[in-house]
Design a protein around this ligand. Structure first.
Ligand code: 5GP
Ligand code: ZN
Length: 116
């Protein structure tokens, strides 16, 4: 765990969150500032700064993480109508929290992808 990382602290229960799902390697919780009626974040419990931290050795863990994203979306009831997933990476990607996380945005139709 990174001492200063808020998402590590959330995964450990040190900082409270609205938890949706947890297993040995994955944690999912509601975003504190939802952009859509359903806005969840799915993270690896292990501290990875961003997608670029993933290595070939992490393929099984990454596959599990992605499959759990789909599971959480189903649990939240947004899978049938659909949802958007977003991973922001570093400064140009608009990443604000330096712990790999996958956004699940659903509950309404979102507009076309626009990058301003
Ligand atoms: P990023 O811009 O890094 O892709 O997204 C970070 C997300 O984390 C933002 O949507 C922000 O609202 C959310 N966030 C930041 N701090 C907290 C927190 O302490 N708790 C929760 N639940 N979400 C947070
Ligand atoms: Zn972390």
């Amino acid at each position: 765990m990174s001492q200063e990382c808020i998402f590590c602290k959330i995964a450990q229960g040190v900082i409270p969150s609205k938890k949706i799902y947890e297993d040995e390697t994955v944690f999912a919780f509601h975003d504190i500032h939802p952009q859509t009626p359903v806005h969840a974040l799915v993270i690896p419990k292990r501290h990875l700064t961003c997608l670029d931290d993933l290595a070939v050795a992490d393929r099984a863990e990454a596959g599990h993480l992605l499959e759990r994203v789909a599971h959480v979306a189903r649990e939240l009831g947004v899978a049938a109508e659909g949802y958007r997933t977003v991973i922001n990476t570093r400064e140009h990607g608009g990443q604000e929290v330096a712990h790999l996380h996958i956004h699940i945005l659903g509950g309404r139709k979102v507009g076309p992808m626009v990058c301003r």
